[in-house]
Design a protein. Structure first.
Length: 116
C-alpha cells in the first residue's frame, strides 16, 4: 500500500507552506517540522506538559510537531506552538500559538526548540 500522507486538507496546506518557507528563508528547521508532520498519526509526536516543563527554560519558545496533552504542570513562562492541543493543555499553558502563527512571527526560526 502506497503512503499518501495526511488526508486533512489544512495539515496538507501547512506542510506545503512550511516547505515553501524553508526554501524562501533558507531555514532547514521548517522543512524538518514539515517532515515530522507528514508522518502518520500514530507516529506523530505526542507530549505532555510535564515534559515541556522539564526540557524548557523560562521565556523560551517550544515547537511540537504533533499534539500537546495536559498531563502535568508548568511552573515557568513558555510559549508553545503545536499542531494540536488538548483542552486541558489549552487551560494550563498561558501562551499558545499555532505553527502557522509561529511561521508568521518568526520566519527565520531563531531561538526555537523542537520537543517530542
Amino acid at each position: 500500500m502506497k503512503r499518501t500522507g495526511p488526508s486533512n486538507e489544512e495539515l496538507r496546506n501547512l506542510i506545503q507552506d512550511l516547505k515553501q518557507l524553508s526554501l524562501d528563508q533558507k531555514v532547514p528547521l521548517w522543512k524538518r517540522i514539515a517532515k515530522d508532520l507528514e508522518k502518520s498519526t500514530r507516529q506523530r509526536r505526542i507530549i505532555n506538559i510535564s515534559k515541556i516543563n522539564r526540557f524548557s527554560k523560562a521565556n523560551e519558545t517550544i515547537i511540537v510537531p504533533g499534539k500537546v496533552l495536559g498531563t502535568g504542570d508548568i511552573n515557568h513562562n513558555v510559549t508553545v506552538a503545536a499542531w494540536q492541543f488538548s483542552e486541558s493543555a489549552k487551560d494550563k499553558i498561558k501562551s499558545l500559538l499555532s505553527i502557522r502563527d509561529l511561521m508568521k512571527t518568526n520566519p527565520k526560526g531563531k531561538k526555537l526548540r523542537i520537543l517530542g
